[in-house]
Design a protein around this ligand. Structure first.
Ligand SMILES: *[C@@H]1O[C@H](CO)[C@@H](O)[C@H](O)[C@H]1NC(C)=O
Ligand SMILES: *[C@@H]1O[C@H](CO)[C@@H](O)[C@H](O)[C@H]1NC(C)=O
Length: 415
């Protein structure tokens, strides 16, 4: 028994090393293929991140971009193997040289995927409490409309105006290819499509997972307008040193592991630009075919929204959001949290103690930074079940937070 354990401890890492080395090689090969097809199909090609970052002169996006885009691990690149594909432009590899490609050949062009190009009419009644909901990575507003909106109480229905938006690049939101999906881009999108469009003077924020980074950014910017901030499983990884924050976050979110499957998938999608693009080409571009097939196999007329949301993005939008928000956001989080801590905003954090995506330490780390925050660890709940398996309780908890913080906020106001 002991011998088998010892053997496993040697064999498993060795297998994992070999598998990921093969992926490293495959990604370099796909880089060559993509560069070739891009050259044929697209006039202006979006550069990839396979070469090391070059310094750019003058104004650049560099500070907003995550180091993880360029400094991802690749055994062969690290050994000094050259990039296989030829570089077409002087400035390739730099954000400043980013070019516009409206729809890439590897993205889906169906009506639903391009629906953001049409204007949507909003017709909303006025109410006292405005609430903005932000979803996590490869999710959509369905998370809230399906699980919270249906369970609102009578008084919640009368007094709250709920805004669940799809984040830039996900669900039915715009998925521009000339955007690098930085935190600034995401913040501006929320401002433009909700805060200024509906002239919100004050609001509550509720965010899940990656959405928490954007919510913290908003709260630190609108300290006087935010009545309450509710973070659900926030990915907050304090860095040992400033420069390493993004790479540390990448390692926490997507460690190169074969097991469990979720870790494996995230390590593939975040570590391999060209492998990820190929997977999106097969899955996201052809999502209607897959949906049809799945319905046929499972004999269901409707598939769960959560499953469909996994394909509602382009590789460009998911790849950049993963790196520039989830990883790159790590270096901004401390500043955001300090701003929230010094404000009057009522902060509540929810997390499941069985969360396999974001470690529970993240919530405790926030408590260390914001002593007044209320941390609620839900027993036997994971990253999603802490909402999905307790919809009604969760909605009541949210309503309680909104109404009690509004009371406090209004008192401060009249003082
Ligand atoms: C809560 O929402 C679910 C759908 O997500 C619905 O089936 C259920 O009836 C709702 N409960 C209440 C009390 O409204
Ligand atoms: C979370 O827990 C639920 C049941 O409580 C389970 O069905 C689901 O697969 C779990 N999700 C993950 C990512 O572990």
């Amino acid at each position: 028994m002991i011998k088998t354990n010892k053997l496993l401890r040697i064999v498993v890492p060795a297998i994992s090393y070999i598998v990921f080395a093969l992926f490293d090689l495959l990604d370099m090969f796909l880089c060559l293929c993509h560069s070739f097809i891009d050259g044929l199909k697209e006039k202006n090609t979006n550069p990839c991140y396979c070469c090391k970052r070059k310094s750019v002169h003058g104004e650049s996006n560099e500070d907003k971009l995550s180091e993880t885009l360029y400094d991802r691990k690749n055994i062969f690149r690290d050994l000094g193997f050259p990039k296989l594909a030829k570089e077409s432009e002087e400035e390739e590899g730099s954000a400043a040289g980013f070019l516009m490609v409206k729809n890439r050949w590897s993205d889906c062009n169906c009506e639903s995927c391009l629906s953001w190009q049409k204007f949507e009419d909003h017709n909303l009644h006025s109410a006292r409490e405005n609430v903005i909901f932000l979803h996590g990575f490869v999710s959509s507003s369905h998370l809230w409309t399906e699980n919270v909106f249906h369970n609102l109480s009578e008084s919640g229905n009368q007094n709250c105006r709920l805004f669940a938006m799809d984040l830039l690049g996900f669900g039915k939101s715009p998925k521009p290819n000339n955007c690098l999906y930085t935190i600034k881009d995401h913040l501006e999108m929320v401002e433009k499509s909700v805060i200024s469009q509906f002239e919100l003077g004050s609001f509550h924020l509720v965010a899940h997972s990656m959405g928490c980074i954007i919510a913290l950014g908003l709260a630190s910017k609108y300290q006087k307008s935010v009545k309450s901030l509710t973070l659900i499983a926030p990915p907050y990884f304090p860095a040992s040193s400033k420069g390493q924050a993004s790479l540390n976050a990448l390692n926490m979110i997507a460690e190169r592991k074969l097991w469990p499957p979720l870790s494996f998938c995230s390590s593939i999608m975040s570590g391999y630009e060209h492998l990820g693009r190929s997977i999106c080409f097969v899955v996201c571009k052809h999502h209607r075919t897959w949906e049809w097939l799945l319905k046929l196999i499972t004999r269901r007329r409707e598939l769960p929204c959560m499953l469909l949301d996994l394909t509602k993005h382009t590789h460009h939008s998911a790849w950049h959001t993963m790196h520039n928000v989830l990883c790159g956001g790590a270096k901004l989080m401390d500043g955001y949290i300090e701003a929230v801590s010094s404000s009057e905003i009522m902060l509540t954090v929810f997390q499941g103690d069985k969360d396999g995506v974001v470690p529970v330490e993240c919530s405790h780390n926030i408590k260390l930074k914001v002593p007044s925050a209320e941390i609620r660890i839900i027993p036997n709940a994971n990253h999603s079940s802490l909402i999905l398996n307790r919809k009604e309780v969760f909605t009541r908890e949210l309503e309680h937070i909104w109404f009690s913080s509004a009371e406090k906020y209004n008192q401060e106001d009249t003082k």
